[in-house]
Design a protein around this ligand. Structure first.
Ligand code: AGP
Length: 608
């Protein structure tokens, strides 16, 4: 993962590098560093932990120079220490890297034979040393990079700076995104256009296998064979404003509370609100009526949104759906029907596994549709049609408003498919659209239960393990609830299909074990409630998320109930996502964890 930035400027760069890194902290926050080149040569400052530690260090030990590079790290090779933080320096070279150099051990072995040894445990230092050896053998920095790139295996976004070269940065991309920003007498590099938004909106994206020589006012781009490549300059719409928390203690809470508005905004794009029908503005390169199968692939929470969509497309459009986590899909090499449709779902649009799955499906001749929040992301740029989630920047690592936006679009698409395939009559479709239109109001009402959920979370924060149960289209919400709890509270949690419990996991149930049952009223509720009673009979502490009907049905033996507004079963998974978010949020607050930037995680996962 990691965020990288570079500036060739006419003004001092150190503060601006740190500002740009602040906008990239979502990519990793284990450690950070910058290096600049001034009349006294190359120098760097690095610090373990969040970017503020680096900023404090720089306040005491400032760096001069009008050219520099910076990095915020999500550790892959080597612990999150200052010594492993980037930039890495060797001889005349300073480098920042996003990705993984898979053959770094081979490179280091080769370098050791010539007396070049690393001082960190990172894969990146092998690149700094290799380029250094090239330079010390007598070639120019540019040739040194050109000679080095073909030796690297793995993924990289790299930016190099060289002692004695205050007008030169060299960047390379293979698998990790890089944007070049054009300024007036200045040039910029960043992992995304958002990092560069305070400086410029004029962006050239490097494509896979590009490397670029950047001098003030100029970028020359080449492929790895040295051929000159033209890449268009585009106007980025990334906002220079940094999101703030408003009155909320955390971004996650703010984003949970934005959902009535974000879902409404997203639905307004996909529905004709006056006519109460689905109205897709996107030109579809495929016909839902002719599809024999839909493939959905994504990671984490986005994958669970895809799992819910499977229930919707199969039930309401009679369209068979395969859903797979992208990291498995890409290596399974599944046969895909030519002219079929693969739908990828990604908030960031940069998730490495999802991108690789997309590329595999595209190679197989599939139409690629992407649900993305970041519309200038690599996934967006490589897809044939984009369904934007339109929920605004999501800052907290735990996805909330992007999830409900994804689900809202998937529901709209399932209705469109159902109509195109002649499965849904106009009146059936109308009933489903009405349920979606009412959703923002129901989410607002759901949020009024926050006080109750906070009380329940106090007990939950004392648990060591938690089970989540759901059935049918609520099963993915059980999985999502468990993921959300794990990632921000660090409490072990598992989601299960309610009917699976008796095939093993019920052995875990005892008086210490909270079991969260997601069962708003639908035709499967009774069955889920039976499974719930099986747990209660074995002493498990039941927290039931249901509506008034479910509450009446549930009977005695329930420890806590979180009541949802009664909605059409079609939209129940979208609404039920909200209480599981709030439960995780408040539990994490009680645990005192870093809610918005939980340990070991990053918002955008750009390594395999
Ligand atoms: C969600 O809370 C997680 N942080 C994570 O599972 C996330 O959904 C996953 O990494 C996929 O990210 P993407 O949507 O940006 O592709």
């Amino acid at each position: 993962m990691c965020g990288i930035v570079g500036i060739i400027g006419v003004e001092p760069v150190a503060d601006r590098l740190v500002d740009a890194l602040r906008r990239l902290e979502y990519r990793g926050y284990d450690s950070a560093g910058i290096a600049t080149l001034s009349s006294s040569g190359l120098d760097r400052r690095r610090a373990e932990g969040k970017l503020n530690n680096l900023a404090s260090k720089l306040a005491g030990e400032p760096l001069e120079g009008t050219i520099g590079i910076g990095h915020t790290r999500w550790a892959t090779h080597g612990g999150a220490t200052e010594g492993n933080a980037h930039p890495h320096m060797a001889g005349k070279v300073a480098v920042v890297h996003n990705g993984i150099i898979e053959n770094f051990k081979d490179l280091l072995e080769d370098l050791a034979r010539d007396g070049y040894f690393p001082s960190s445990q990172t894969d990146t230092e092998s690149v700094a040393l290799w380029v250094t050896r090239e330079i010390e053998r007598g070639v120019s920095p540019r040739e040194a990079v050109e000679n080095t790139l073909p030796k690297l295996r793995g993924t990289f976004g790299l930016v190099f700076m060289f002692a004695g070269e205050d007008q030169l940065l060299i960047a390379a991309r293979q698998g990790s995104p890089l944007a070049v920003g054009h300024g007036t007498n200045e040039m910029y590099l960043g992992s995304d256009a958002f990092a560069l938004a305070p400086f410029t909106n004029q962006i050239t994206y490097l494509e896979e296998g590009d490397w670029a020589v950047i001098t003030p006012g100029k970028v020359e781009i080449f492929d790895f064979d040295g051929n000159h490549i033209e890449r268009a300059r585009q106007v980025s719409s990334a906002s220079a404003a940094l999101a703030d928390k408003g009155n909320h203690r955390h971004f996650m809470s703010k984003e949970i509370y934005e959902q009535p508005e974000t879902v409404s905004h997203t639905l307004a794009h996909y529905l004709d609100l006056a006519g109460e029908t689905v109205k897709l503005r996107e030109a579809l390169p495929f016909d839902f009526a002719k599809l024999s199968r839909l493939t959905i692939t994504a990671c984490g929470t986005a994958f669970y949104a895809g799992l819910v969509a499977k229930y919707w497309f199969e039930r309401y459009a009679r369209l068979p759906v395969d859903v797979d986590v992208a990291s498995e899909f890409r290596y399974r090499e599944p046969p895909l029907p030519k002219d079929g449709l693969t739908l990828v779902i990604s908030q960031s649009g940069e998730t490495a596994d999802t991108l690789a799955a997309l590329r595999y499906a595209a190679k197989e001749g599939q139409h690629i549709a992407a649900l993305v929040n970041v519309q200038e992301s690599t996934i967006a740029r490589e897809s044939h049609v984009i369904f934007p989630t339109l929920c605004g920047p999501e800052i907290a690592v735990a996805s909330t408003k992007a999830t409900t936006a994804q689900l809202s679009i998937l529901a709209s698409l399932a209705i469109a498919a159902g109509q195109a395939r002649g499965v849904l009559s106009p009146s059936d479709a109308h009933a489903l659209v009405r349920a979606l239109i009412e959703l923002p109001r129901n989410i607002s009402e759901m949020l009024r239960s926050e006080g109750r959920i906070e009380e329940i979370s106090r007990n939950l924060s004392r648990a060591k393990d938690v089970l989540y149960l759901g059935r049918g289209q609520l099963y993915p919400i059980a999985l999502e609830g468990a993921l959300k709890l794990k990632e921000i509270s660090y409490i072990h949690a598992e989601g299960y299909a309610a009917g699976e419990l008796k095939h093993g996991p019920i052995a875990l149930v005892n008086e210490e074990m909270p079991v969260i049952v997601v069962a708003p009223s639908d035709e499967l509720m009774e069955k889920t409630l039976s499974n719930m009673h099986e747990v209660a009979a074995r002493g498990g502490k039941i927290i039931l998320i249901t509506d008034a009907e479910g509450k009446a049905e549930a009977g005695a033996g329930i420890d806590d109930i979180i009541e949802m507004p009664r909605v059409h079963p079609f939209v129940a998974p979208i609404l039920a996502a909200v209480p599981v978010q709030l439960l995780a949020y408040h539990t994490a607050v009680f645990m005192g964890t870093d809610v918005d930037q939980p340990r070991n995680l990053a918002k955008s996962v750009t390594v395999e």
